[in-house]
Design a protein around this ligand. Structure first.
Ligand SMILES: Cc1cc2nc3c(=O)[nH]c(=O)nc-3n(C[C@H](O)[C@H](O)[C@H](O)COP(=O)(O)OP(=O)(O)OC[C@H]3O[C@@H](n4cnc5c(N)ncnc54)[C@H](O)[C@@H]3O)c2cc1C
Length: 303
């Protein structure tokens, strides 16, 4: 029986483990892919206070080591269900594992939608990015593409236009779906162009690095290519919270409907990080949630 079982070994989950262990609680972290979470895909992280620059993979390793040095137990398994009976939670995994805990923190993150094209997975963090705030500066003076035409895409394109040589927005529809105000601001920029009714049909690469995009115009059937050093995808986020929705309610977009308290409708169940409704999804906000959720779980155990 663990005091606190944490589902997800990203910045939120591992920070929760650090805080729980430092408060004298036992903690098990179950992670399905790689400890450290999605930040491991970032080539360089430059917005963690006190750390000028670090690779995402190194940060992920350091964070994992920190939690494990303090005594975190870890399992590499996929959690498929969380149930509560009386005061005890039972967490089961695809691999057949079954674990009991007095409190559970769901820190399962969020998946960025991708285009599903060949080679995409390998290019993430190596030419393909999901975050202009995080990675835009790496393309200073270079040509980039922004895939998507919603508010996120337009906001990110505006940021990129400040530092990049040229930004090509590739939108599958014949119009932008983001706010007019943003579209107007982009129209003012002479280093931004928009391709409508256009989809990416292939990533062009050389020696494993992204060099361009092959495009298909749905309206004219015309094929074309553009040269880019980087491509930012803003085609939506995919929370994967459905399996836990009977214990923690979801908002209209599928995120756990929780505020800064990280609590849920189920006593003893907390949510942290990118998987919950929030304004900014970043390492520092995920870590902040992890700390809060762990402290709230400790308080719940002390009741
Ligand atoms: C390419 C890239 C670059 C980025 N750059 C920056 C940056 O420079 N600065 C910054 O602050 N942020 C950056 N971000 C965002 C940052 O990585 C996230 O905000 C942060 O990782 C969120 O932490 P989290 O713990 O909430 O979620 P995640 O990091 O997504 O971790 C959640 C973990 O839960 C696991 N999981 C999910 N479901 C299950 C399950 N059922 N069972 C077991 N495990 C499960 C996942 O495998 C994952 O490892 C970047 C993101 C990407 C993709």
């Amino acid at each position: 029986m663990y005091d606190i079982l944490i589902v997800g070994g990203g910045p939120a989950g591992l920070t929760a483990a650090i805080y729980a262990l430092r408060a004298g609680r036992s903690a098990l972290v179950i992670e399905k892919n790689g400890f450290g979470g999605q930040i491991a895909f970032s080539p360089k992280v430059e917005n963690i206070p006190g750390t000028r620059t670090i690779s995402g993979a190194e940060f992920a390793d350091k964070l994992t080591d920190h939690a494990m040095d303090l005594g975190a137990e870890v399992e590499l398994e996929t959690v498929t269900a969380v149930e509560k009976s009386g005061d005890i939670f039972t967490v089961t995994t695809e691999e057949g594992g079954s674990y009991n805990a007095k409190a559970v923190i769901l820190a399962v993150g969020v998946k960025h939608r991708t285009l599903g094209l060949p080679g995409e997975e390998e290019l993430i963090g190596n030419g393909i990015s999901f975050c202009a705030v995080c990675d835009g500066a790496f393309y200073t003076g270079q040509d980039v593409a922004m895939i998507g035409g919603g508010n996120s895409a337009l906001q990110e394109a505006l940021l990129l236009a400040e530092v990049c040589n040229h930004v090509t927005i590739v939108q599958n529809l014949a119009f932008l779906t983001g706010e007019k105000k943003l579209a107007d601001a982009l129209a003012e920029k002479d280093n931004v162009s928009i391709l409508y009714s256009t989809v990416v049909s292939e990533y062009l690469t050389q020696d494993g690095a992204l060099t361009g995009l092959k495009l298909h115009n749905d309206a004219t059937g015309q094929e074309s290519e553009i040269a880019v050093n980087g491509t930012f995808l803003a085609v939506g986020l995919m929370p994967e919270n459905d399996a836990f929705a009977h214990l923690a309610s979801l908002n209209a977009w599928g995120y756990f409907d929780s505020d800064e308290s990280c609590t849920t409708a189920t006593a003893g169940l907390f949510v942290a990080g990118d998987c919950r409704s929030k304004y900014i999804r970043q390492v520092v906000t995920a870590a902040g949630d992890g700390a809060i959720a762990a402290m709230a779980a400790c308080k719940y155990l002390d009741r």
